[in-house]
Design a protein. Sequence first.
Length: 336
Amino acid sequence: MAFPTYDAILIQSFGGPEGPDDVIPFLENVLRGRNVPRQRLVEVAEHYQHFGGVSPINQQCRDLIAALRSELRPQGISLPIYWGNRNWHPFLADTLKSMQRDGVRRVLRFVTSAFSSWSGCRQYLNDVVASQEASQAKELQFDKLRVFFNHPDFVAVVAENVRQAMDALSRDSLSASRVVFTAHSIPVAMAKCCDYEKQLAESCRLIAEAVGLSNDQWDVVYQSRSGRPQDPWLEPDVCDFIGDLHQRGTRQLVISPIGFLSDHMEVLYDLDREARDECDRHGITMRRAATPGIHPRFISMIRKLIQERVSGATRESVGLLPAHHDECPADCCRES
C-alpha cells in the first residue's frame, strides 16, 4: 500500500495576544461575525490584562514545535514544521504564503484540540480554505491528523497529571474528595452536530479508570461559555458545580482541564482564579491538574499520529470507541 508523500507539518492553533495593545484587536478577531455584546469583550479583555496582556498559548505552541522537532529527528522524519493561528500572529494565511514560497505542496496538519466539534475541528478546516483564498495558495493540499481523545498516550498523560494532583490532597479527607474534568462549553445546537460530548465522556471514563476512581468520584463539567445569554450551552458550569459539591460535603477537589492541551487563558483565569476563588469561598481545597503541554509522552503521541499517515503505523486507541477517522465527513462537526 502506498502512502502519500508529505512536504511539511502544520500546527494550527487559536492564537493569543502577546502584549496589552494586542488584546482588543485579538478579541475582535475572535468575536468577528458573532453576536456578542461589546461589554462581554471588554470583560474578557480584563482577564488578559491581569496577565500583562499576554496569553501563554503562543509560547506554548513554540515550545510544542521545538519538542516535536526533537521527537521526529531520531525517527528519520525531517519534515519542516510550520505554525499558523486563527486569531493572531502568525496568521494562517501568512503561513501558507511562506509554505508556497518554500515549495511545499502536501501538508499534514495538527490541530491543537483533542475532541471533535465545530470550533475544535471543522472551523480549522474552514480556516485553511479561507486562508488558501486569501494567500492564493490553492494548490496546497492538506490532510488532518485525527483527533486523539482515546489515544492511549493522551489518556496516560492526563491520568498521570490527575494522579499527581490527587497525591497533593490531604490523606485525612480523601473520603470527601472529588475529581471534576472540565472542557470548554459549546452551544447545545453545536453539540447536537458532533461527537464532542460522547468523546469527552469516553476520555473522562478512561482517565478515571486509569486513576482508579469509581463512577461516583468524578464528574464532567464545562467552563468558559460565551455568546448570548439566551442561547443554551452545555452545562453545568464548573463554578456553579463547586457550590453543588459544597452542599454535598466535598472538602477537597481536583480539577482536570481535559479540554485544554496547555495552560492558556481559560485555564489560568477561569480555573486558577475564578474556580479557585469559588472553592475558597466554600472552604474547599482545590488542586488543579496539569495540562499535557510538552509532556514527552504527549509529544510522542503526536509523532505516532504522523507516522500513521506517512508509513501506516498502527492506529492506537483504547476504550469503547475506535480510533477516529482521519477526515470528517461533510455532515459532521457543523455549527448547528
